[in-house]
Design a binder for this molecule. Structure first.
Ligand code: ADP
Length: 409
């Protein structure tokens, strides 16, 4: 309202203008339908406005609101409600994307038309002059209010877009930082096994070894380092595929047991080397057929059991299963180093690792959990990690849907 009073002051809108506009009401009223026509005549000249007002019901609504607007010009009551109604018109213009230049040129036409009516209907020269002036003033006030609403709504929309852009920018910046850090870390991870491979082979090539056995040992070390390198590269390729939405799955019904056996065979050696007991707590009879991509399922299992063995220096890793409402749930529970509570949520985020120094000690790309989460979810399951904190071991559970046929029987 403060603003409205200021506009009135600038335009020098006085009590006298109010009285004159009230007197004009009965004179102008019969001409309002024609005024609406004037407004329409302006529409086709503005393709953007024409786009908005093409539907018959839109034109009908415009006709009614224009007549209401015209009537209100002469009520003599220019209060808070009046101001709000004008603002409302401005807001609607923004909502329907009506260009402001259309509103301004249509107002000019209305102004011209109202002057014609006044000149033709009023004989009393001093009143006629005053009527023209007061009419100009109220139209100026209206245009002012509508434009102001238009700009404030546009400004608000711009501010919101700006905020969204800033937020997107911040996230991009963050993502780019995380990726740079990841790149640096991954380069290190790739370089370590690569240097080992080169070092071992160099020793063999230089003929440092005394016996064939020594040579075989070095080549064996080189082979293991190469396998480690390959697994990191494979993880990187998987993440790149996930990022690009191009990781393919071939879901089908399959038996869990043979895969479990293969994974145990792969990880037992690693466990035995560190005197960690890898225990199979699954009940062979109670393992139903499940639905998913068996190769990807095996990848998840290798990763989760592999992690449990990797991060456990003594004690045991227990793998068990249970049926859970249409799903088969796997639990991999270890007595290893555990994970601090505050770090647990981050682990499934892309490119994030718990603690670089620890990871360096144990090796790994830090991508296994991210990939596993994606794979489990793509197969319709859920993965969760839980640890009571550093030193308290870790439990990872994940589910895979049971094959529907098995459920029916
Ligand atoms: P990677 O093992 O290759 O580093 P993962 O994504 O599989 O990558 O694991 C991410 C991190 O989560 C690991 O670096 C480790 O810090 C932590 N982590 C995962 N599993 C365990 C576990 N069983 N015990 C302790 N820490 C774990």
């Amino acid at each position: 309202m403060e603003n409205f009073l200021e506009i009135q002051r600038y335009i020098n809108f006085t009590e006298q203008d109010v009285a004159i506009l009230k007197r004009l009401a009965p004179i102008m009223q019969p001409h309002l339908p024609k005024m609406a026509e004037r407004f329409y005549s302006e529409i086709p000249k503005h393709p953007e406005a024409f786009k908005v007002f093409r539907e018959p019901e839109q034109i009908d609504r415009l006709r009614r609101s224009l007549q209401r607007w015209g009537t209100e010009l002469f009520t003599g009551v220019y209060d808070e409600k009046y101001v709000q109604q004008r603002y409302q018109i401005g807001h609607i213009h923004v909502q329907i994307h009506l260009p402001q230049k259309y509103v301004i040129s249509a107002m000019a036409l209305v102004r011209e038309y109202f002057h014609q009516v006044i000149n033709q209907e009023i004989d009393d020269a001093p009143f006629r002059m005053q009527a023209n002036i007061s009419m100009d003033k109220i139209l100026d006030i209206d245009l002012n209010l509508m434009c102001e609403a238009y700009f404030s709504t546009s400004m608000q929309a711009l501010r919101e877009i700006n905020q969204q852009l800033e937020e997107a920018n911040r996230r991009l910046h963050e993502a780019s930082e995380v990726k740079s850090e990841f790149l640096a870390r991954t380069s290190h991870e790739l370089r370590t096994p690569l240097s080992s491979i080169l070092g071992f082979i160099r020793l063999v090539v230089d003929g440092v070894c005394q016996t064939r056995e020594e040579e075989m040992d070095l080549l064996n070390d080189a082979f293991q380092a190469a396998e480690h390198l390959l697994s990191i590269v494979n993880d990187l390729l998987d993440v790149a595929r996930i990022e690009a939405g191009k990781l393919e799955m071939q879901p089908r019904p399959f038996e869990v047991r043979p895969i479990l056996r293969q994974v145990f065979a792969l990880t037992t050696l690693q466990a035995e080397q560190k005197s960690v007991q890898l225990k199979d707590g699954t009940d062979p009879i109670k393992l139903p057929r499940v639905w998913g991509d068996p190769e990807r399922f095996k990848q998840v299992l290798i990763n989760i059991i592999g992690n449990a063995v990797k991060f456990t220096d003594h004690g045991q890793v227990m793998v068990s299963t249970r049926l859970d409402d249409g799903y088969l749930q796997f639990e991999v529970k270890d007595t290893g180093i555990g994970i601090a509570k505050e770090k647990q949520a981050e682990l499934f985020e892309k490119f994030k690792q718990v603690d670089t120094s620890l990871t360096r000690r144990y090796g790994g790309s830090g991508l296994g959990l991210v990939i596993s989460k994606h794979l489990v979810e793509r197969m319709g399951g859920k993965i969760e990690l839980h640890s009571e904190g550093l030193g308290f071991g870790t439990t990872v559970t994940f589910t895979i849907p049971i094959h529907p046929k098995y459920l029916d029987s």
